[in-house]
Design a protein around this ligand. Structure first.
Ligand SMILES: Cc1cc2nc3c(=O)[nH]c(=O)nc-3n(C[C@H](O)[C@H](O)[C@H](O)COP(=O)(O)OP(=O)(O)OC[C@H]3O[C@@H](n4cnc5c(N)ncnc54)[C@H](O)[C@@H]3O)c2cc1C
Ligand code: SF4
Ligand code: SF4
Length: 416
């Protein structure tokens, strides 16, 4: 990648300097100079220049033109049996819930672009999951069923997925922002020499330009940035769990299952080699501190710094108990070791979408809202009438949580 100023077009107007947030451009002798040390190739200066004097050159991967890439792909991540289990529909408890969310958004985007929405499923004895993915909206499922892929191991998975992408050329490829997605997708993107937007909270599409609009919090969560991948394919993004609605299950849907065996996946570039890896999975050990699955709760009562001390989480727990709710937290109580990280909600914690979210002593910082603002109903209890949480609350109670929460618990207890 390279950037340069076409000297006979530049009149030194300085508009590009204002557009560059990385201080990479200065005007010397009526001419723009770009420092390659500071330039991140963000592209902001190119449209800002009225004389089209700034050019960024991008090398396309291989010789395949971007317009030859077609279709939306979703990585169908699987989960360990106990995790995320709910409902009686097939594959609940086997396929990660974020996949069903991506299927809903991926299908919407695929329909807008007039292409197929497909899933990529790797593992062993997983073919039964294909029909479930079709019932949730996949037009095609590329299945690689092999004993060697039974446990997730990033190197073989990267190798197989990269070969599949090179063979079938999807234009968009999505995965959940789970620990698996976060370790797998950057490697796949690096191999394919394409861009990746991690941790998106919103996806949309520019139908005319066929560009995926990938939105995520940036600069410490103070702005929402929409990122484009204009010159490389596929356009890759990982998306947070619980920011989108799940696709409905409809077992009448029809789709195609493509059995892409490991060998055929690997032989796309003439290989047929085994699955080399520098790591070996010895045993799967569940992290017991991450047992709390607040992402599946219908009601969450969260406590913030306003609780004042760790022992005051007792008030939250008592209200939780009468409501059958889960305990959430803002970041300060987690930072101060009042409550484990698995309860943290927000930009650097979990994203939740319960039917009811009760925020007690939480101010409503943008980083907290990033994790709970799509809750169906929000009740906020705060003694500060100006607290930002009231702007998104459906019901706001201005007052002391040490009076309101116990009173609420008591009244609900009597109603039971
Ligand atoms: C990169 C980055 C990532 C971050 N990620 C997250 C994240 O994932 N999650 C998150 O939550 N934060 C996150 N933060 C921190 C965030 O910016 C805020 O600092 C945090 O959300 C504030 O938590 P709080 O509302 O509990 O505390 P405060 O902002 O201190 O608010 C406490 C509130 O309690 C109220 N209060 C006090 N006493 C009482 C009382 N007796 N009764 C009623 N109300 C009372 C006060 O009026 C106040 O509004 C992040 C910050 C950064 C920079
Ligand atoms: S905006 Fe264009 S013409 Fe103006 S200084 Fe920058 S490169 Fe030169
Ligand atoms: S590409 Fe971005 S970082 Fe580089 S000079 Fe232009 S605006 Fe600045």
């Amino acid at each position: 990648m390279g950037i340069r100023v076409i000297t006979d077009r530049c009149d030194g107007c300085g508009l590009c300097v204002q557009s560059c947030t990385y201080n990479a451009i200065e005007i010397k002798d009526n001419m723009a100079f770009i420092s390659l040390e500071n330039c991140t190739f963000c592209n902001a200066c190119v449209p800002a220049c009225p004389t089209e004097a700034i050019v960024i050159k991008v090398r396309a991967y291989g010789n395949t033109p971007v317009q030859d890439y077609k279709g939306v792909w979703i990585f169908a991540e699987q989960i360990k049996e106990k995790e995320d289990r709910q409902g009686s529909q097939p594959c609940k408890g086997q396929i990660h819930g974020v996949v069903f969310e991506l299927l809903s958004k991926g299908r919407e985007i695929a329909l807008q672009l007039g292409v197929d929405c497909s899933c990529v499923l790797l593992g062993h004895n997983i073919k039964n999951c294909s029909s479930c993915l079709i019932a949730r909206g996949a037009d095609k499922v590329y299945v690689v069923d092999d004993k060697r892929l039974e446990e997730f191991n990033v190197e073989p998975y990267t190798q197989v997925i990269t070969k599949l992408v090179l063979k079938y050329k999807p234009e968009i490829f999505l995965a959940g922002s789970t620990s698996t997605g976060r370790v797998l997708f950057p490697r796949v993107a690096a191999r394919l020499k394409t861009g990746l937007t991690a941790d998106c909270t919103e996806l949309d599409v520019d139908i005319e330009k066929k560009l995926l609009l990938q939105t995520r919090p940036a600069f410490g969560g103070n702005i929402m940035a929409t990122i484009l991948c204009e010159n490389k394919r596929p356009q890759m993004a990982t998306v947070r769990h619980k920011v989108m609605k799940e696709a409905e299950f409809n077992d009448k849907r029809k789709g195609e299952i493509i059995e892409a065996g490991v060998q055929s996946a690997l032989s796309a570039s003439g290989g047929g080699e085994p699955l080399p890896s520098r790591t070996k999975v010895i045993k799967f050990v569940e992290d017991l501190t991450q047992q709390v699955n607040i992402q599946e709760a219908d009601i969450i009562v969260s406590g913030g710094k306003g609780l004042g001390a760790p022992e005051n989480f007792k008030l939250i727990e008592e209200l939780d108990e009468v409501l059958g709710a889960a305990v959430g937290s803002s970041r300060p109580p987690v930072d101060d070791n009042w409550i484990p990280y698995s309860h943290q909600i927000g930009q650097t914690g979990k994203t939740v979408r319960p039917k009811l979210y009760i925020a007690c002593g939480i101010s409503g910082a943008i980083q907290h809202l990033a994790g709970m603002s799509s809750s169906e109903s929000i009740i906020a209890i705060n003694k500060d009438p100006e607290a930002p949480i009231f702007k998104i609350a459906d019901l706001g109670i201005v007052g002391d949580l040490f009076e309101i929460v116990p009173e609420l618990t008591e009244r609900l207890r009597k109603k039971r």
